[in-house]
Ligand binder design. Sequence first.
Ligand code: SAM
Length: 261
Amino acid sequence: MPSRGDQPGSARPGEAGGPSEAALAGEDARTGEAPGAGEDARTGEAPGAGKAAWPDIAHAYDVVAEDYAATFGGELRRKPFDRDLLARFAATVAGRGPVWDVGCGSAGHITRYLADRGVQAAGVDLSPRSVAVARAQQPDLEFRVADMCDLPADDGSLAGIVAFYSVIHLPRHRIPAALAEFRRALGPGGGLLIAMHGGSGEIGRDEWLGHSVRVGATLVSMAELTEKLESAGFALRERHARDPYEGEAPTRRLYIWGEAV
Ligand SMILES: C[S@@+](CC[C@H](N)C(=O)[O-])C[C@H]1O[C@@H](n2cnc3c(N)ncnc32)[C@H](O)[C@@H]1O
């Protein structure tokens, strides 16, 4: 039975070695708009622009795929909180079946981190170029193109899902569809570990990692994310919020570990 371990502010920056090499531009990109996840996503609200087309997220990540991998592939070295949480999650899902890193990105580094801890991990991402780069970065791991709102997984077939900074790229009204899809694909007791940027509203930018691409992101409060997860059929196991590490975009980082009920 999962405990409801709310631990806001439980993590603080300060890893030895520090994030001095972190590219702020890249971190900002995480707060940028997500490319349009299919037709429905494109009907979402554009960040800060009222009703308009949601940016083409797949295109944006296709364009930045190589640079994203180069910028973020080693980021876990400077993020002890994230490493600890992922390692504890991995320990609970290892040996229980497939675990998908949803919105894995072109580095595939979180998929790698899970696999190195005995997890049957694979990555999925909306961006074909990101998937191609991830395959090159992690040649022994599986990656495939998929939309998180339409996962190519049978009902109850996954033991776990990790979604770090990928659900941010859906327009707000599409987030429940993604969480419902996660719940469908997970078996009872399956684990979901999600990371989001804290805040309200949507944000966007027209440049990222040196490329002219439109990206956008939906910011959420812990209360909103909690409500959405519970509505989708998840019991909350842990909730955390941390301040950004040095070099990260200046948003609170929200993490929820849920369990499919
Ligand atoms: C900010 S990156 C995060 C990548 C990785 N999880 C990490 O933490 O470094 C967001 C990723 O989510 C992917 N993404 C956005 N919308 C998606 C969707 N609807 N389905 C699957 N992946 C999506 C993007 O293509 C991109 O690779």
